[in-house]
Write a protein that binds this ligand. Structure first.
Ligand SMILES: C[S@@+](CC[C@H](N)C(=O)[O-])C[C@H]1O[C@@H](n2cnc3c(N)ncnc32)[C@H](O)[C@@H]1O
Length: 277
């Protein structure tokens, strides 16, 4: 069985869950059918697609890259080796952003810095359907922006994309009700899992050489306020040991009501604060 084979591969964290995802994406077999009709034979196309994915997984390739797609918050998104694979931890950033948007009446202007494959922004846009929302995003990687464009089209989401560093590509008079980011936060000296090191783009998770892991949080704490409407929010994903430092950074940069939200594993994952204006 697929799940048993995946259990032997160290880079696959949730063998049963991921076996179901692979069956669905590579072989077109829905989860409920795996349970109800476990002995159904796959047609030969589905079986060879499945074999191809398995072969790559055995060589250590993350399933998301082998499939070219992955789930985030219940929706499927294209991924390529130019983008970080969206992580379940990041659903916390998405729900902090969504909660803020739901509490703020009227039209919303939202900015994501470092959009990657677009999973968070597109999820927000879809979840806020019926609201007047204008979503803008930046990324330094042209290849990532191409993946985000494909995902926006796939989900019928309106996303205005700009190539460039952090806030630099934005016109200086741009203002947003919410700015959020899951920026790179691994310092040069810090180790990452082998499969991350071999396959995921370093520019998507590492800060520039010689900088601390909170380098991008510092840049955004210092500069994002100028782009936020009064009482708007800045929400940042952080590494497992960075929340207190980022909380202080925001508190010392003109933000109020700084709060820390844990992810589902209980790790302090998102630091958010309101721009005093
Ligand atoms: C950790 S990934 C997050 C991707 C996606 N938002 C997610 O949460 O799954 C960080 C993203 O920031 C982008 N990035 C790196 N340096 C950047 C910079 N200076 N300005 C804008 N984006 C940058 C990377 O290309 C990458 O797509």
């Amino acid at each position: 069985m697929l799940a048993e084979e995946f259990a032997r591969l160290p880079h696959i964290s949730s063998p049963r869950e991921h076996a179901a995802v692979v069956m669905e994406i590579a072989a077109g077999v829905k989860r409920e059918d795996i349970v109800l009709e476990p002995h159904e034979k796959l047609d030969s196309d589905a079986a060879s697609r499945l074999e191809l994915v398995l072969e790559q997984a055995r060589r250590g390739k993350p399933l998301a890259y082998a499939l070219g797609e992955w789930y985030f918050a219940g929706r499927r998104f294209f991924v390529s080796e130019s983008v970080l694979i969206p992580r379940p931890d990041t659903e916390t950033l998405c729900s902090v952003a969504l909660q803020f948007c739901r509490s703020r009446p009227g039209a919303l202007r939202i900015l994501e810095v470092g959009v990657g494959c677009g999973a968070i922004s597109i999820t927000l846009e879809r979840e806020l359907s019926g609201r007047q929302v204008s979503l803008v995003a930046t990324d330094i990687s042209q290849e990532a922006l191409a993946v985000a464009t494909a995902n926006a089209a796939r989900h019928g989401a309106q996303l205005e994309l700009h190539e460039g560093s952090l806030l630099e590509p934005l016109p200086p008079d741009s203002r947003f009700d919410l700015i959020f980011s899951n920026p790179p936060y691994v310092a040069e000296k810090d180790e990452v899992d082998e499969s991350v090191r071999r396959y995921e783009p370093a520019r998507a998770y590492r800060v520039p050489a010689g900088q601390p892991g909170t380098y991008f949080h510092r840049c955004l704490a210092k500069n994002a306020g100028a782009y936020i409407n009064p009482s708007g929010m800045l929400a940042l994903e952080v590494g497992y040991n960075q929340a207190d430092e980022v909380k202080e950074l925001l508190g010392g940069s003109g933000f109020e009501g700084v709060s820390i939200t844990p992810d589902l594993a209980g790790v302090q994952r998102v630091v958010s604060a309101i721009w005093a204006g």
